[in-house]
Design a protein around this ligand. Structure first.
Ligand code: ADP
Length: 383
């Protein structure tokens, strides 16, 4: 099909046929009126056997008439000629491959109008495209499922919150009525000692019940409260003193001993920090048997960190539980005789960590346990 090239003449068809042979993709030229093949390059001949004069539709596509997808009419209408070509993708049933075709109308040397067609095998590209499309569809599906799961999780959380808010309200109302009635009783009984003691018992029970509601609700509030901590410079000594005073009033001053070393201030939400420290004190009092010695509370401010420790003379925490006691709903097997929900220490950890601090427990044996909260100190503001 080729003629001698060096020194070839561009006005000689053979010159172009040599150039076509260098192109690594199938190329053919066909008469636009008769569909006769004028020439085909080497890459084309390696795929199909075509000879000049064969009908392109018969030789290349084994069709009895011009192919339905043939662009000859469009090319004839002048839509594309010369450098302005038509480009389209075509799947060839005969070899099961995808091609990208570029076609244009050219004037052949003998004056015939002819279609110049070049085909690039893009099957590999198509496979990658399909794999990508599949992966994309799969991702979209997973995303939809995840969004669905998230929406129902949010709905469940919202329902839980509404329920807890309702429960909280329902419990607090009668409690405040009982508390109010107890105070009235004290007035009506004219401060009689026996009545006063009974009233004090009612008062303590109301406080305990109220604390219990706080603990139950704290986990739910925790999420939103931690997200919206009302942080301000907080002096730790008055806060710890106040908590100890409150606990001593409820449980007996002889059961608590407070030591303040150097005081310090921290950037903290005092209400949340109060919950954390109170939980440690409540546990220490709850788990130490009566007569086991006072719960020792201490505060020590250092240059960078403040340390609040609560030590008791109770059963202590076994070494293999020092991490687990901070898990949500974890209760030690040895705690079965004591009331609790397994939330107290979990809440302590969440609160302390949300303040950039940490809480640890020293495993005890006969000496009980010691819980230590460490908080970053807020340095004294410069005058
Ligand atoms: P709860 O006290 O409601 O069970 P917590 O989260 O406060 O839940 O405590 C988790 C577990 O850690 C308790 O069940 C108990 O076994 C153990 N624990 C907590 N504080 C003490 C303590 N001061 N002494 C001994 N064990 C404790």
């Amino acid at each position: 099909m080729t003629t001698a090239f060096p020194g070839g003449n561009p006005s000689d068809p053979g010159y172009w046929e040599v150039i076509f042979d260098v192109i690594p993709f199938p190329v053919y030229v066909a008469d636009s009126t008769t569909f006769d093949i004028i020439c085909a390059n080497r890459a084309m001949l390696q795929r199909v056997s075509v000879r000049p004069g064969d009908k392109c539709y018969a030789a290349i596509y084994q069709q009895p008439a011009p192919c339905t997808f043939c662009k000859m009419p469009e090319l004839e209408s002048g839509a594309a000629c010369g450098a302005n070509y038509l480009e389209f993708e075509h799947f060839n049933d005969l070899d099961d491959r995808w091609y990208q075709l570029r076609e244009t109308m050219v004037a052949w040397f003998d004056g015939r109008r002819a279609k110049y067609s070049i085909a690039v095998d893009i099957s590999a590209l198509k496979e990658v495209q399909n794999a990508l499309a599949e992966a994309h569809a799969e991702l979209a599906l997973k995303n939809r499922r995840l969004n669905g799961a998230l929406a129902s999780e949010q709905e469940v959380t919202l329902n839980q919150r509404n329920f807890l808010a309702m429960v909280s309200h329902e419990f607090r109302m009668p409690l405040s009525i009982i508390g109010g009635a107890a105070q009235l009783l004290e007035i009506y009984t004219n401060g009689k000692q026996e009545a006063g003691e009974e009233v004090a018992k009612i008062d303590r029970a109301v406080h305990r019940m109220s604390d219990l509601i706080d603990v139950c609700l704290a986990d739910d509030r925790l999420t939103s409260a931690v997200a919206a901590l009302q942080v301000r410079r907080t002096e730790l000594a008055p806060l710890v003193e106040d908590i100890c005073r409150e606990k001593a009033e409820l449980g007996g001053a002889e059961r608590l001993r407070l030591t303040i070393g150097a005081s310090a201030a921290a950037m903290a939400d005092p209400a949340m920090l109060r919950v954390a420290i109170s939980n440690l004190l409540d546990n220490a009092l709850k788990y130490s048997p009566a007569g086991s010695g006072p719960v020792l509370v201490s505060l020590d401010g250092g240059p960078a960190e403040a340390r609040i420790a609560v030590a008791d003379h109770g059963p202590g925490i076994p070494a293999d539980e020092v991490e687990r006691v901070f898990e949500k709903f974890y209760r030690s097997p040895s705690a079965t005789g004591t009331k609790g929900a397994g939330l107290g220490l979990y809440i302590v950890k969440q609160i302390v960590e949300s303040h950039g601090g940490r809480v640890q427990v020293r495993p005890g044996s006969s000496i009980g346990s010691e819980f230590i909260i460490t908080l970053p100190v807020d340095p004294e503001p410069a005058d």
